[in-house]
Design a protein around this ligand. Structure first.
Ligand code: ZN
Ligand code: MN
Length: 274
């Protein structure tokens, strides 16, 4: 059994208990989705990426990584192609909110007082906030008022200079990056065996009117399922994104959790979940 792992669920309970009972060790909780990501990538991209960001950040700040949420809120047509697409498998908002609230309260019961919710799927955003709000409210009813939770989406740490460097032909916004250069480059850097760039479909960025229709107008989503072309993706771009986002998240969490315990020693290991 590894005693130098950052993955909470790999620990035996006495070791876990020893780390978290006084609240000093933050828990990082990755939240993803099962969602189609075009012809060239698997459907758990939104899980693999936040798990790996959390793993890297945890080893720098002395945190533990909780088992990820592998299902998320429904794919929106303008940011994930839409929930009508084959493979995409989603939770109702109320289900995600309830499950998050439950898990946050469980970690609080263990003694955890610092958490970071590491989001990898845009559509989860407001439901994560609602889960946090309900958990904190109920914890206050139980007399626990010192829980602090940071919520972030890793792509928000990509600064303007990096965007200019990675998108020399112009940047169309994070919502259209579904299955595009951001996610594909990160996957090429971390899990190249799961990416089949030869199957990627080159197409102009999706264009949508300034309103939504339900049921979705299927013809609005490019047939590939991606919302912008992944053709300009590369492992090098993925390495740059990894460095920029990990550094940014580490800085943010050192600011927000200045009293966090010292990092646990970690071995050099391959990315998780490969
Ligand atoms: Zn994605
Ligand atoms: Mn997604």
């Amino acid at each position: 059994m590894p005693d130098n792992t950052v993955f909470a669920a790999e620990l035996a309970w006495p070791d876990y208990h020893g780390k978290v009972r006084d609240g000093a060790v933050p828990i990082l909780l990755p939240i993803g989705s099962m969602e189609q990501h075009g012809h060239h990538m698997p459907m758990h991209v939104d899980v693999l990426l936040p798990v790996e960001f959390a793993r890297r950040v945890a080893s720098e700040i002395g945190a533990l990584v909780a088992p990820p949420f592998t299902y998320g809120y429904k794919s929106h047509q303008k940011s994930g192609g839409g929930n009508h697409l084959p493979g995409t498998t989603s939770l109702d908002g109320a289900t995600l909110v309830s499950a998050l609230r439950d898990v946050i309260k469980e970690f609080a019961r263990h003694g955890v007082r610092r958490m970071c919710l590491v989001n990898g799927h845009f559509e989860n955003s407001w439901f994560i906030i609602e889960g946090i709000d309900l958990a904190l409210r109920e914890l206050r009813w139980d007399g626990i008022d010192d829980m602090k939770i940071v919520v972030l989406s890793y792509w928000d740490f990509v600064d303007k200079a990096t965007i200019a460097r990675l998108y020399p032909d112009g940047f169309t916004g994070w919502d259209l990056e579904h299955g595009g250069v951001l996610e594909t480059s990160l996957m090429l850097a971390l899990y190249p065996h799961l990416v089949h760039l030869d199957r990627a479909v080159d197409h102009p960025p999706a264009e949508f009117p300034p309103y939504d229709v339900y049921p979705p107008r299927r013809e609005w989503t490019p047939a590939s399922g991606t919302l912008s072309s992944p053709k300009q993706s590369s492992r090098e771009k993925g390495e740059i994104l990894l460095d920029v986002c990990v550094a940014g998240i580490v800085r943010a969490l050192r600011d927000e959790f200045p009293d966090a315990a010292k990092p646990v020693a970690t071995s050099e290991s391959a990315p998780a979940g490969a």
